[in-house]
Design a protein around this ligand. Structure first.
Ligand code: NAP
Length: 492
């Protein structure tokens, strides 16, 4: 007898999607555990100024729960949080969430044939099935810069933005120029007395086609949901088209060249100083690293009170950031826009031990970065690992989750049909899927473009670009709907 039929770890859109799917398949005795004090995952944790979705909002929602009320094409973060709350209420998820519950590990008990999930400062819980839905960007990375702990002013990571932090009059530094910093920098520049941006690797960015969604469009979406479905489909097609240049770089590098040209034109139009433009221009191919878009980031560097520093940081002192050439930037607020640790601590985010004590982290780090359909791994029975290599589909987290839910539904339905209690993917199926993903990536920008200087989180530490599922949205959904159910072993 277990505490629950299923334990889901993560109360973000992935975990909530899994909960709703389990309900649909008739399994209602599940719990969602999350270390945070509120639901929403990314959209609860990230609250920095300027936060907004970077996939058009028509696509960034569950297809079965469209939101006709998005205020902008790219909705601000607070709307995403409200949407998560709406879904949790409408689908009766809240009462099955245990927040402020930090999972420290999960172990498959072969004798009992169930998962034992250990929690910080709490008794362990057991369940027949385990779903890990902890997100891809959930472990904030603190930079290993000498003296960072000695800084005497205010230090803030973007994933831990303090409520009401007032930057007025503050001499501020931001380390990092990823997608988060691109959203944050224009906002900080408006508020702070001065801003120094420490850039190690420049980011490719293109103009953002954004704006308020006009009221007539919103009411059309509310009255005629098919209209929003058409918009969603069109946006998915656009995302797939963007991915052609990434996944089929060998055949279609022209797409990347055009994107680069567009990005360079924007730089010329928006940044006055030639030297600053040079510093902001990446030296790797478009698509090696997640590009982003903004209309306000580049002009920020025209401001007299904003400095772009590209010198390597030597150390941080109690009142300054010092670069290797000895320049001291005196500041009182240090913002770490240094992103998230994916491969080192997020795959998986806590110790997962399968049959015979096999560690999932070791399986990936010391063996091969792989999965079956971005969902399962041999040796780990009754586990749906939603944060797996090759899981992330078509730049859209919701396409990722929803295609994974088809997979979950089919496996659990087959398990029930066979009156079995345990499923486990076969090694042969896992290797076949992983090898096919590797083969497909042979055409990608990751292996054919110049990515050497990109420092991209699309690459695992051994150089395998194992994050993205290298297929279109349509093929991912088709594959999840049609994979042979015999790719799993089912037992009682
Ligand atoms: P990121 O892309 O990993 O960027 C981290 C930045 O910090 C990089 O510029 C990195 O430089 C720099 N950095 C890290 N350690 C450093 C060190 N020791 N010294 C100097 N610089 C250092 O992280 P992010 O900007 O938080 O974005 C992560 C992802 O979140 C994005 O790619 C995007 O997918 C997602 N995101 C989504 C939204 C949304 O609306 N959905 C919004 C923001 C972000 P290097 O490049 O040289 O390593």
């Amino acid at each position: 007898m277990t505490d629950f039929d299923a334990i889901i770890v993560g109360a973000g859109f992935g975990g909530m999607g899994a909960g709703m799917q389990l309900d649909r398949t008739g399994m209602t005795d599940w719990v969602i555990l999350d270390r945070e004090e509120d639901l929403g995952g990314t959209w609860h944790v990230n609250r920095y100024p300027g936060l907004a979705v970077d996939i058009a909002s028509v696509t960034y929602s569950y297809s079965f729960e469209p939101n006709p009320h998005w205020s902008r094409l790219f909705a601000p973060g607070a709307e995403l949080k409200r949407y998560a709350e709406h879904v949790a209420d409408k689908y009766d998820l809240r009462r099955r969430m245990r927040l402020d519950h930090t999972v420290e590990g999960a172990r498959w008990d072969e004798d009992e044939r169930h998962w034992v999930v250990s929690l910080r400062d709490r008794a362990p819980l057991t369940a027949q099935f385990l779903v890990t839905a902890t997100g891809f960007l959930s472990q904030p990375r603190l930079p290993d810069i000498e003296g960072v702990e000695s800084f005497a002013g205010t230090t803030v990571h973007t994933a831990d933005w303090p409520e009401g932090l007032d930057l007025a009059g503050r001499r501020t530094a931001i380390i990092g120029t990823g997608a988060t910093a691109v959203q944050l920098i224009p906002e900080v520049a408006k508020r702070a007395a001065s801003l120094v941006v420490f850039q190690r690797t420049p980011i490719w960015l293109t103009p953002k086609i954004d704006g308020p969604v006009p009221r007539p469009v919103r009411s059309l979406f509310a009255r005629v949901p098919v209209a929003q479905r058409v918009a969603r489909r069109a946006n998915n097609t656009m995302l797939d088209t963007l991915m052609v240049g990434v996944l089929h770089f060998r055949q279609a590098s022209i797409g990347n060249q055009v994107a680069k040209a567009l990005a360079r034109a924007q730089l010329r139009a928006q940044v006055r100083d030639r030297e600053t433009r040079r510093k902001l221009t990446p030296h790797y191919d478009f698509g090696c690293k997640r590009p982003t878009f903004s209309n306000t980031y580049l002009p920020t560097f025209n401001r007299d009170d904003v400095t772009l520093e590209t010198g390597t940081i030597a150390r941080i002192e109690p009142d300054a950031v010092v670069t290797e050439d000895g320049t001291r930037h005196e500041i009182d607020t240090l913002v770490l826009a240094t992103g998230f640790s994916l491969w080192e601590t997020n795959f998986p985010p806590f110790e997962v031990l399968g049959r015979e004590g096999q560690s999932l982290a070791k399986t990936w780090r010391e063996g091969r970065w792989g999965s079956y359909q971005g969902v399962s791994v041999p040796g780990f029975p009754n586990l749906f690992s939603l944060v797996s290599p090759y899981a992330y589909t078509s730049l859209s987290f919701f396409n990722t989750i929803e295609s994974q839910m088809i997979h979950v539904d089919r496996v659990l339905s087959e398990l029930r049909r066979r009156q079995a209690t345990t499923f486990e993917v076969t090694g042969e199926a896992h290797d076949r899927f992983t090898s096919e993903a590797e083969r497909r990536l042979g055409d990608s920008v990751f292996l054919n473009g110049d990515c050497a200087s990109s420092r991209s989180y699309y690459f695992a530490p051994d150089g395998t670009p194992a994050l993205l599922r290298p297929t279109s949205t349509g093929s991912a959904f088709r594959a999840q709907s049609t994979f042979p159910l015999d790719d799993y072993r089912y037992s009682r």
